[in-house]
Design a protein around this ligand. Structure first.
Ligand code: KG4
Length: 333
């Protein structure tokens, strides 16, 4: 089954063609990062306008690169949420029109489910069940993927997402958007033990996260250092911040694996690209009888391949239901 996927939830306009949920024929991604850099983050209105300008070209390019035409496509899939409402609406309306005009079924996909299933694109042998840690710019979840259409959320962030904490701290440190990759690089040059930032575990037994406190702790540290005329070492702050965040993320993921007797941990979303996260987890995997899977780098941040892959396990809609499909900016996993 050949599914054409469309993704436009934030600042990437993307179209992919994926066969049977696993084989990527083409994954065309047009990022708007250079457009938003000067504002220090994504400007929703600018994002929607640029999706609108580019979406047709991105879809045409994807088909061309895959050597396919619309006739070869069995279904159209699209991110229905969560994300920026204006940005989502561009993809949703484009996909609805396409499906309606071509008389093909439409498959609306939860963006977070796309992230959660994205490692399936990189590991043909990977099968559910597994523990999934989804760490992206807007969301942080721990879930059990019992089956591809049976996902149980066991923990979530109560405030900021991990990627959001990375981006906000990066901004405080003077790094350009998106800050996560810059902190990743800076942290390699810093001392992880230089500053003891708080590790927020919440109440005993909870698998939820909270990342807003650490962002404030970094800000307080910088302000107090400035007042005391203590030299600020950006690399030490990056390394110490990152260590505090990753320690909690990893500890809770390992607790989840033990609690649910799972030996597979699947990490996905933009923060899954983090080199220190991968280093620590790979080390744990050697001793803890654990297999850890991450998507390839191109499938970590937003992309349509993961949407078309997840769509293989989601019911399609047609007729009236197709016409009624809306965008759902606050959708949960
Ligand atoms: O998955 P994604 O594109 O966003 C959503 O779907 O929400 O991920 C983007 C997020 C940004 O917050 C970015 O700073 C972060 O992922 N990120 C990283 C790294 N690469 C991207 N965070 C830490 N280390 C990285 N190497």
């Amino acid at each position: 089954m050949l599914i054409l996927g469309i993704e436009s939830s934030c600042d990437e306009t993307s179209c992919a063609l994926v066969e049977d949920g696993r084989k990527v024929l083409c994954n065309e991604v047009l990022t708007q990062i250079p457009i938003h850099i000067e504002f220090g983050g994504v400007v929703p209105e600018i994002a929607s306008r640029n999706h609108l300008l580019k979406i047709s070209d991105v879809v045409d390019n994807a088909l061309k690169k895959a050597g396919k035409t619309f006739d070869d496509v069995d279904a159209i899939s699209v991110t229905k949420g969560p994300g920026l409402v204006g940005a989502l609406l561009v993809g949703v309306n484009y996909a609805k029109s396409l499906a309606y005009a071509l008389k093909k079924p439409l498959i609306p996909v939860n963006h977070l489910k796309g992230h959660l299933l994205s490692p399936l694109l990189s590991y043909p042998e990977l099968e559910a069940p597994y523990v999934a840690l989804v760490v992206s710019g807007g969301n942080s979840y721990l879930a059990i993927c019992h089956d591809y259409d049976e996902i149980e959320v066991i923990g979530a962030s109560r405030d900021d997402a991990v990627g959001e904490a990375y981006d906000k701290v990066a901004r405080t440190l003077g790094f350009q958007y998106p800050g996560g990759p810059k902190i990743d690089v800076s942290a390699k040059k810093g001392n992880r033990e230089a500053i003891k930032f708080p590790r927020i575990y919440l109440e005993e037994g909870s698998l939820d996260f909270s990342f807003s406190g650490i962002k404030t702790a970094v800000l307080n540290y910088i302000n107090s250092a400035k007042q005391k005329n203590i030299e600020i070492n950006v690399d030490d702050i990056s390394a110490s911040f990152q260590e505090a965040v990753l320690e909690v993320l990893i500890a809770k993921s390992l607790i989840a694996c033990k609690k649910y007797s799972m030996d597979k941990l699947v990490v996905s979303g933009g923060v899954a690209a983090n080199s220190r996260l991968r280093e620590i987890l790979d080390e744990k995997a050697k001793t803890d009888n654990l297999k850890v899977y991450y998507p390839e780098m191109q499938y970590c941040t937003d992309n349509a391949a993961m949407i078309a892959a997840a769509a293989f396990y989601v019911d399609s809609i047609e007729g009236e239901e197709l016409l009624r499909l809306n965008a759902y900016p606050g959708l949960k996993l």
